[in-house]
Design a protein around this ligand. Structure first.
Ligand code: ATP
Ligand code: MG
Length: 511
């Protein structure tokens, strides 16, 4: 396919306006021709600025923002006589006009005859002259190949959807920056989970990365991937994670935590060929409640005897025993302790599903407690890090965490695991996708600061736009821009965006 684009294929026949004085490389004030262009044009539309008097001048591809309706007489901060004569409003002569600002996105080089775009450069250094004409971009398909030239060779770009106002303009996203982590933010119902679905489909089918997506409610992803969904109740927890779960269950003070930790570590150390293994196998096969009771009393014995061995007082030992009886029902214990797959096996599953072009979905909905859900995520992330450290090789794995407010903020080891990926994952091909309604109080600043691509829609808290501004360059996007978005529409900003300046996309429809 041609990598150039004909100007006339791309732009509207008639200009919608012209450039005013005081343009800079970051903002070009324009005036609209009165009439249809004024009425039909909307913020976020893409435009082409063509300087007909200087045929060597590059064209500017830009996005239209800050549309303002003005009138020389009806000034905002001036008392006008009409306010005393309401009937006069229809009779006074009005000279309304419309201005806007074009934010330059890229500089386009044209051939000698000026009818074909042959090069694109996102570093805009050319400032158009006043009087240059502004055309609406009416069709984007021939621009797509130009945009692709901003990505490194051979990379198959990810496509989540098309530009909000430009038919055919698929925005190619740079897969190189997937392991630089991605954040998806927006108020409830704006389509975050669907966007993440489209994103992970693109990743598993077009790149080398396997994807594990954690489904908090079991309602967002399991329905799309029934064949590659694993209930989290089948994922074994590592010793420390299990211990943390148990300590929470027993509501132990920190002085007693060691007794439990050590007991559990010993069980796991001596697990192979032990009575524990036999009981776990049998529960796995038969789901027999008596065996669950046996497991419970084995664990109680182990904890109390360990406490005794370590010099605990009789009262402490007795208390531990009672707490086990009251706070840890055998069925629940079995549900957490007796699980089929190790976290290592889960990683292998993810790679196998990847070969089939699917993500592995971990359905967390059946866990009783948030703590257990967190533990599953923590265990899998830990296993991935162990694998990386043992092999010293890239793991090529993306972990997607939706409803991240539960996992990425004050969430103990789970949050630590996610933070480690955010900080160090990049060089190991270990990436993160985080989706949440909110930023402040939902996703820790350490994680946020490492999200190098951000997709965001209408936000539920006004302060959250400023939160995004602190780690992503979203210059020019204001609350009023977000207010214009409807479900499925997101701004994409950051490294994966070939233009690097935020643009609005409409996410592909998920059936
Ligand atoms: N890309 C899409 N294709 C088709 N329908 C969509 C798309 N995006 C959103 N929707 C519709 O909007 C609804 C809400 O989308 P989604 O569940 O992704 O929102 P959300 O932002 O994740 O909300 P919440 O914060 O409540 O989880 C979906 O059930 C679906 O009907
Ligand atoms: Mg959702």
């Amino acid at each position: 396919m041609s990598e150039t684009a004909h100007v006339e294929e791309v732009s509207s026949e008639e200009p919608l306006g012209f450039v005013l004085s005081e343009s800079t490389v970051i903002g070009i004030p324009i005036a609209f021709f009165s009439g249809e262009a004024e009425i039909a044009t909307r913020e976020e539309e893409l435009v082409l600025i063509i300087d007909t008097h200087h045929n060597k001048a590059p064209l500017i591809l830009g996005v239209l923002r800050y549309i303002r309706r003005l009138e020389p007489f009806l000034r905002r901060y001036q008392r006008v006589s009409v306010i005393d004569f309401p009937d006069a409003i229809d009779n006074v002569e009005k000279l309304p006009y419309t201005n806007g600002i074009v934010i330059p996105l890229a500089e386009l080089k044209v051939n000698e005859s000026g009818d074909e775009i042959v090069e694109i450069n996102r570093n805009v250094t050319y400032v158009p002259f006043p009087g240059s004409k502004v055309y609406k971009i009416k069709q984007g398909s021939s621009l797509v190949n130009l945009l692709k030239r901003l990505l490194p060779d051979k990379a198959k770009p990810l496509v989540l959807g098309i530009h909000k106002y430009t038919p055919g303009l698929e925005i190619p996203l740079d897969p190189k920056y997937i392991p630089y982590h991605i954040g998806v933010f927006g108020a409830t119902g704006m389509g975050k989970s669907r966007l993440v679905k489209v994103l992970i489909d693109e990743i598993v089918t077009k790149t080398d990365y396997a994807v594990i997506v954690f489904d908090h409610t079991g309602m967002d992803y399991t329905q799309f991937y029934p064949d590659s969904t694993l209930e989290s109740l089948k994922v074994r927890l590592d010793p420390l994670t299990f211990s943390i779960w148990l300590v929470k269950k027993l509501r132990l003070s920190e002085y007693l935590v060691d007794y439990v930790d050590i007991a559990i570590l010993e069980i796991f150390r001596d697990y192979h060929g032990s009575e524990w293994e036999r009981v776990v196998k049998s529960i796995n096969q038969t789901k027999d409640e008596e065996m669950m009771m046996a497991l419970h009393s084995m664990l109680k014995d182990k904890i109390t005897s360990t406490a005794g061995k370590l010099g605990a007082k009789d009262t402490t030992i007795y208390k531990l025993s009672i707490l086990m009886d009251i706070l840890v029902p055998p069925v629940e214990l079995a549900r957490v302790f007796v699980r089929e797959y190790t976290a290592e096996q889960v990683l292998d599953m993810a790679s196998q599903y990847k070969k089939l072009g699917k993500p592995l979905v971990i359905d967390l909905s059946l866990e009783d407690t948030l703590e257990a859900k967190r533990s599953v995520i923590a265990s899998i992330i830990d296993a991935a890090w162990r694998r990386i450290m043992e092999s010293r090789q890239k793991i090529n794995l993306i972990v997607a965490v939706d409803e991240a407010q539960n996992y990425a903020w004050r969430a103990g080891r789970c949050e630590e695991g996610l933070t480690r990926i955010a900080r160090e994952g990049r060089k190991w091909g270990f990436g993160l996708i985080i989706a949440s309604q909110r930023l402040a109080g939902s996703v820790s600043t350490d994680i946020r600061a490492n999200l190098n691509t951000v997709l965001f829609s209408k936000l539920s808290q006004t302060g959250d736009l400023n939160e995004i501004k602190q780690f992503a360059d979203i210059t020019g996007i204001e609350q009023s821009d977000l207010a214009q978005l409807v479900p499925r529409e997101f701004y994409v900003a950051g490294l994966m965006n070939p233009l690097r300046k935020p643009i609005a996309i409409r996410v592909r429809k998920v059936e």
